[in-house]
Design a protein around this ligand. Structure first.
Ligand code: OSB
Ligand code: MG
Length: 380
């Protein structure tokens, strides 16, 4: 459902941006590369009524998407934050942020981080929680975990065992050519009928359809983004050859892209990431259209968020169309020390939807300062 009750406008006095370096508890390997330190941008907007926090989920290199942190850092300071400060000279409602930033093409993760900070400030000022504002219908969400490519299938089984023991209710493993059928078989054999899915991060082409069809025998919930971001027609051709449902991630950059992919039968399931689609409000629109389009299942993806983004993701994942467990794992899945005072924790395989105002978590100023490698403040 569309946002039931818009938030009151806020006047922005300043936008603070920080680049953080957060060491990962273990390397995270995908078909596109291996990360050992999460480089991410945290946004703070300053208003007369208090601060608001957001997170720009770009990664260090443009491997998952064309966005990357230093590019985000530049475009935010040069164009997007100044436009926002100009527009908010009097007052700006969170629902107006996307329109103000719309003339600038792309850079959706940056737009999403700025919009989240404005939303957080506005909702904190009103004492309303993000979940309630977005339309959450549950107070906790089932938690899945995304497991990177390991040294070999037996190391993968060991890694997955740790997460299964912690109670994660769904396992996603990363695959790439040469590390697909055997890895999936090892996990299926070791853990029986657990909810299991795979994510290729665009590593295949339609010529690999026979290999991908071998995955059909593992009863996967879905295969995520086997082909390139713009391979919509090829995804439709592949879908016609597989029994496993295709879920799109990288390709779904907006509600319009979601509508097109569904119309072309390129996807049967959609991974919703607020950063990738330009904000939590656009994410709700993707959710809404999937419900209207004959109840297409959706789930909440992740971008190795800090507590800021993880709290907001939990709120989003609490909407009624999120019928599959998301990559909404606990803070300690990636970080020894989160930058929020209330790290996200796993309770009985679930993560709680914050109920405190705004994103519902407080920043740990010492942890934030320790992780900061660059800081800038833009004023009106
Ligand atoms: O494809 O879903 C992905 C992380 C970074 C970039 C892309 C992806 C991922 C993940 C991790 O799979 C999800 C998480 O944050 O738990
Ligand atoms: Mg993915």
């Amino acid at each position: 459902m569309p946002i039931a009750r818009p938030a009151a406008p806020v006047r922005l006095d300043a936008v603070e941006l920080r680049v953080l370096h957060l060491p990962l508890v273990s390397p995270f390997a995908t078909s596109f590369g291996t990360e050992t330190v999460r480089e991410v941008i945290v946004v703070r907007v300053r208003t007369a009524d208090g601060d608001g926090w957001g997170e720009i989920v770009t990664q260090q290199s443009p491997l998952y998407s064309s966005e990357y942190t230093q590019g985000a850092w530049d475009v935010a300071q040069r164009f997007l934050a100044p436009a926002l400060l100009d527009a908010a000279a009097h007052a700006l409602a969170p629902e107006e942020v996307a329109g103000v930033l719309e003339p600038f093409v792309g850079h959706r993760m940056v737009k999403a981080g700025l919009e989240l900070a404005v939303l957080d400030a506005a909702l904190r000022a009103e004492g309303r929680a993000l979940g309630e504002y977005l339309g959450a219908t549950v107070d906790r969400v089932p938690s899945g975990v995304s497991v990177g490519i390991q040294r070999d299938p037996s190391a993968l089984v060991d890694a997955v065992a740790g997460y299964v023991d912690q109670g994660y209710v769904r396992i996603k493993i990363k695959i790439k050519p040469g590390r697909d059928v055997a890895d999936t078989a090892a996990v299926r054999d070791a853990f029986g009928a657990i909810p299991l899915q795979v994510d290729a991060n665009s590593a295949y082409t339609l010529a690999d359809a026979d290999t991908l069809a071998e995955l059909d025998r593992f009863d996967l919930l879905l295969i995520e983004q086997p082909l390139q971001e713009d391979d919509i027609v090829d995804h439709a051709a592949l879908a016609a050859r597989l029994r496993t449902p295709i879920c799109l991630d990288e390709s779904i950059v907006s509600a319009k892209a979601a509508r097109d992919a569904l119309a072309l039968r390129a996807a049967a399931i959609i991974n919703i990431k607020a950063g990738r689609v330009g904000g939590y409000l656009e994410a709700v629109r993707v959710h809404d259209l999937c419900r209207e389009a004959g109840v297409v299942p959706v789930w909440c993806g992740g971008m190795l968020e800090t507590g800021i983004g993880r709290a907001a993701n939990a709120a989003l994942a609490a909407l009624p169309g999120f019928t599959l467990p998301g990559d909404v794992s606990a803070s300690d899945r990636f970080y020894a020390r989160d930058i929020v005072r209330e790290p996200i924790v796993l309770e009985d395989g679930h993560v709680r939807v914050p109920t405190a105002p705004g994103i519902g978590v407080e920043i740990d100023p010492v942890a934030l300062e320790d992780a900061t490698v660059a800081r800038v403040e833009l004023r009106r």
